[in-house]
Ligand binder design. Structure first.
Ligand SMILES: [Zn+2]
Length: 375
């Protein structure tokens, strides 16, 4: 993940207007002079591009600031993220979040049990999307982003792989676009959540998501690493030595078979005879020796897999979210397991505190990043 060299290439690919807007992604304010310095564009080009972006309602002028020399003043510009909206749909095995978002804000959010929402096909989801899109009122509506657990083909908008929520080859994006009459993009949920967490166009980090399975997405210089067949990031299906459990992917000994939430409940029941939801096992972690032993065993396996992956990828930071990481005390134990596995100091590690907000944003941000920033 080197920084040099990739920036100019990326700018060429994304176009100058997207590159200018990208400078504002983190919510900062910049003058035209600073934009020219940051992009290498001539001041005439910057003036023209800024005029277009103001015309589209995407940039707004704010305060004037002194620049030091002879009383010269420059007008600061900012991204009018409140002027755009998109619907985001985050479909996971248990729940589906459907939300209307501006760039910075979740304007409306609805959460459904996934089974119920799709009980009669796609119609109900399409209705919810249309209802939320209608509430975007004066904002420019950019489209719908479907973030789905499992492998997808972003280009065709179809599901891929054979262990996701839907059968492979299902034209999810096309079907929702047809039913809602609005542009619809399909993306993997963990990748969408990683994109929602990007703070600038050159961000580089690894996101690890725990829950029913183990997901991972790698952002390198603002780009999702997708690999030759779009399968990069399959951390949950890396093999743990000595493990033989059959995985839903068909192989044996995958990390996911050792540390999934259903596996944690199963291990607890085997050890204590008590059938317990995984949330109850997590809640017992501080006080119950059996819960602690089982969860710690999972944390050690996760720590080795995450540490190994991070050494190969060299991200600026590793972010974790969901499931086993949802409770602060278990995250602290995970950080300890990472150190105990020998990866202490190799990479900064942080936990996503507000997972719900990230899920609400994921699909919507995906649409906005594509349509506004060319990313
Ligand atoms: Zn597997």
């Amino acid at each position: 993940m080197t920084r040099q060299g990739s920036r100019s290439l990326k700018q060429l690919r994304r176009g100058n207007k997207e590159s200018v807007l990208g400078l504002f992604m983190n919510g900062g304010e910049l003058s035209r002079v600073r934009i020219a310095a940051a992009t290498g564009l001539t001041s005439a080009s910057v003036t023209q591009l800024v005029r277009e972006l103001i015309g589209e309602g995407l940039l707004v002028e704010g305060d004037e600031v002194a620049t030091g020399g002879a009383g010269r003043r420059e007008t600061l510009l900012r991204f009018a993220g409140e002027s755009v909206a998109a619907v985001g749909v985050n479909i996971e095995r248990d729940r589906t979040h459907v939300s209307l978002c501006s760039w910075q804000e979740v304007l409306e959010e609805e959460i459904y049990p996934t089974k119920d929402l799709f009980a009669a096909g796609m119609d109900e989801l399409a209705e919810r999307i249309s209802a939320l899109a209608a509430k975007s009122s004066w904002r420019r509506f950019l489209g719908t982003g479907l973030a789905v657990a499992g492998q997808v083909d972003e280009v065709s908008g179809r599901t891929a792989g054979d262990y996701g929520l839907f059968v492979p080859g299902l034209p999810l994006a096309g079907e929702i676009a047809r039913l809602t009459g609005r542009e619809t993009l399909l993306v993997n949920n963990v990748r969408a959540q990683a994109r929602a967490l990007m703070s600038d166009p050159s961000d580089s980090f690894m996101l690890v998501k725990h829950g029913p399975g183990v997901g991972c997405a790698v952002i390198s210089e603002g780009v999702v690493v997708s690999g030759a067949n779009g399968k990069a990031g399959e951390l949950g299906h890396t093999v743990v030595p000595g493990e033989r459990g059959i995985c839903r992917c068909g192989r044996r000994g995958c990390l996911e078979t050792c540390v999934s939430e259903s596996r944690i409940s199963e291990l607890y029941e085997t050890k204590t005879g008590d059938k317990m939801s995984v949330q109850e096992v997590y809640a017992r972690y501080p006080s119950d020796e059996a819960a602690r032993e089982i969860v710690d065993g999972c944390l050690s396996k996760l720590a080795v897999a995450v540490g190994n992956a991070a050494l190969v990828l060299n991200p600026r930071k590793v972010l974790v979210t969901g499931g086993i990481f949802a409770r602060e005390e278990i995250f602290e134990a995970f950080a300890g397991a990472v150190r105990a596995a020998g990866f202490g100091g190799e990479f900064p590690l942080a936990r996503i505190g507000d997972e719900r907000r990230v899920k609400a944003f994921s699909g919507a941000r995906h649409v906005m990043l594509k349509k506004l920033f060319g990313m």
